[in-house]
Design a protein around this ligand. Sequence first.
Ligand code: FES
Ligand code: FES
Length: 173
Amino acid sequence: MIPTEDQSADEVGADLVVVTCSVNGESARVSVPPHRTLMDALRNELGLTGTKTCCAEGECGACTVIVDGATVNSCLMLAAEAEGCDILTVEGLGAGEPGGLCDLQESFLEAGAVQCGFCIPGQVMAAEYLLRTNPDPSVDEIREGMSGNLCRCAGYQRIVAAVELTARKRATR
Ligand code: FES
Ligand code: FES
């Protein structure tokens, strides 16, 4: 068998693992090699390319998703480990919202926190988890909560402002 673009030669013919889980509220079932990361399965098997690939070693946060209510660097989790899990990706945040963006994503735009945009899906997922677990964070708590997410454009002040803005919006709902 000739490898496809997304397959390394050693994957071809390898035993596949069938994984059934929930992704953004919908049931998903994929067949993947045992060593396929969740990050690659989301992007390649499910077409959810909002989850970014960057360092692939747990250092940058670009691949952050929420699994069973907690943030995960999806480059460090095997897809096979997601069996039965409830996964939220950036595509699921604004699903059903007018314009397709949730309040947090709107706040990133309003605060001017998006420069090249590459880190933003991971930043948004980390911020969503932070606000779910601490709805009224201090600036220091935001910086601490977002410390695993790097921005090469160094837009950190505006990212913090976007999280503060979202917290204020949610407090008045
Ligand atoms: S790509 Fe996963 S932490 Fe950098
Ligand atoms: S906006 Fe460019 S890396 Fe963060």
